[in-house]
Design a protein around this ligand. Sequence first.
Ligand SMILES: [Ca+2]
Length: 358
Amino acid sequence: MDSFLTITAAILLVGSLSSTASRQFDTECYTANGEDYRGCQNQTSLLGGKPCLFWNETFQHPYNTLKYPNGEGGLGSHNYCRNPDGDVQPWCYIADHEDGIYWRYCDIPTCQMPGNLGCFKDSGDPPTLTGSSQTSNKLTIQNCISFCRKQRYTLAGMESGYACFCGNDLDLRRHGKAPSMECNHVCFGDHTQPCGGDGWVIVFDTRVGACGGNYSAPSGVVYSPDFPDKYGAGKVCYWTVQVPGASVILFNFTFFDISDQTDMVELLDGYTNQVVARFDGRTPPREVVNVTGDFVILYFYSDRTNQAQGFAVTYQGGFTHTHTHTHRQTHTQTHTDRTNQTQGFAVTYQGKRHVDML
Ligand SMILES: [Ca+2]
């Protein structure tokens, strides 16, 4: 826990030093179905939702802490929404039964993977996304994204579990965002993924799950090839992350599922091609990786056997020279911490303020 707090403090410090990095990744979920959600929403929706039952009291149901005593699926002595069974979104048991249903999905505004742009009304005439389309009884989020990406569309939308629409532009004012629950019909090709609803389209950025790309924004997220599907066999992918003016780039693997040690992710110095860090099924990332400089290459390789879901990695450039807006006392403090930080993760910032920000 100490090292986790330390890392978090370091990220926050770098974040606060950066004048241009936006906080675009306030999400608590990096998977499409929120299986990684570990937040604290304990009702089915924030407005007028039903209260969730405690997982250590739901012994009459299949998911409870007696059956899963070691925190599997994020269960514990709490009543927070979770997705322990690979459903399309987090859910919880509720006290009242309606038509024999004793559980409900949770609409969690803070749980939306980067690249999922949201759920939108589709009246069909004209469709919300006006490019190519196809239908498939094997539809998954990624095979729709790939279909659209190959035709150079920037957006891919899934509807009713089997329809895929492509487009380049989404008029948010005209189409108005809907709660995630409207878009949680299962994908016909993968029942753990949400693929829109009847008259509702779930829209993704087609960069999600691409094999390679170039990133230059101050912060961003890179997903493994084919995410949220399993990565394919025999993949060799390179992404460049070049943040002009950054003195350091931090990489945080928010999701990591690689099942063997022949598949791997590496971070290389973009100028020297030296490997800075290497991770595989046996050596998963355990802390934030801090790469000095402004240019990093992310590399992924998979062999022919044992595919898994892959990874989500966020990056954040650090700009050590931009502290003109900080107050003098803070300035001295950040300067000291920054010096420590470039030597690794030696920052021990134990202020409660940072804990609260978690
Ligand atoms: Ca493999």
